[in-house]
Design a protein around this ligand. Structure first.
Ligand SMILES: C[S@@+](CC[C@H](N)C(=O)[O-])C[C@H]1O[C@@H](n2cnc3c(N)ncnc32)[C@H](O)[C@@H]1O
Length: 267
């Protein structure tokens, strides 16, 4: 049986791909970039020569030590041994700057990393990200309403960022090869909460309620969340079919329903 590498360590060995990932951030001469999981530095070494400042966050202490030594004469490169999920991006990011993020992510924590970046995007400390993740996850992040992959992750991502699908790589692009294909996405963080007239914490919670069970209709998920049939009937917008599933609705319609319901939220 194939052993799973620890900490999602599938290192990128495709030279064209590692350049394409960095190219996707464009001109970096005046930019600060945070790299998540630099590993042995295949992306890091290209970035180091191109960006104004690079902060690379690596959990594995042996890899962090290897990179600290390798980049010891490049003061623009800072290697931080840390769990990205525990890192306080606000203290790492220079005051008043919105940085770019790059990473061939450790796939076992992709969703948690995305949620962290959405929060950082809302806080104005991250402006763009180019991220490699498992293809199935990337398909969910970028799916449009009405297609099979659309769900909570898609809606959450698209409330927080414009998502572009860049390219997909086969397992052979990595060493050791993972069991899955990998896709690179580019995200421009541009939260839509104000534009749609909703508050972020309340709307995030609402999305969790309406996507709770994929097979259920929107109304049934809301009933399960505690709304009464009368409350739903009174608030239901004409534009949403009564039997609609959340997966079929654009964010604008979901926001319209949310705004019709607030006074009726269950305790
Ligand atoms: C898929 S590898 C990518 C390595 C390298 N960037 C490349 O493309 O070859 C993921 C990297 O993330 C690191 N990593 C795993 N969990 C992490 C965490 N919680 N915080 C920071 N780095 C982590 C792993 O040690 C590994 O170096």
């Amino acid at each position: 049986m194939k052993r799973k590498p620890k900490l999602g360590q599938n290192f990128l060995v495709d030279d064209t791909a590692r350049h394409a990932i960095v190219d996707a951030l464009g001109d970096l001469r005046s930019r600060t970039v945070i790299e998540i999981g630099p590993g042995h530095g295949s992306i890091t070494e290209i970035l180091a020569d191109r960006c104004h400042r690079l902060i690379a966050l690596e959990l594995d202490s042996a890899l962090a030590a290897e990179l600290t030594f390798r980049f010891r004469n490049q003061p623009q490169v800072q290697i931080v041994e840390i769990d990205v999920l525990k890192a306080d991006l606000r203290t790492l990011v220079p005051e008043g700057e919105a940085v770019d993020v790059i990473g061939n992510l450790p796939y076992y924590i992709t969703s948690d990393i995305l949620l962290k970046l959405f929060a950082a995007g809302s806080a104005g400390i991250v402006s763009r990200a180019v991220l490699m993740m498992q293809r199935e996850v990337a398909d969910r992040v970028s799916a449009a309403p009405g297609v099979r992959d659309y769900g909570l992750l898609s809606a959450t991502a698209q409330m927080n960022a414009q998502v572009e699908h860049l390219f997909t790589l086969p397992p052979a692009a990595f060493s050791p090869p993972p069991d899955v294909y990998s896709t690179v996405l580019r995200l421009h963080f541009a939260p839509r909460f104000a534009e749609l007239g909703v508050d972020a914490p309340g709307f995030d919670a609402f999305l969790k309620q309406i996507f709770a069970q994929k097979r259920k209709t929107l109304q049934n998920n809301l009933r399960a969340a505690g709304y009464s049939a009368e409350q739903l009937a009174a608030a239901w917008p004409d534009s949403i079919p009564p039997q609609a599933r959340a997966e079929a609705l654009p964010l604008e319609s979901i926001a319209q329903l949310y705004k019709a319901l607030p006074e009726m939220k269950p305790a």
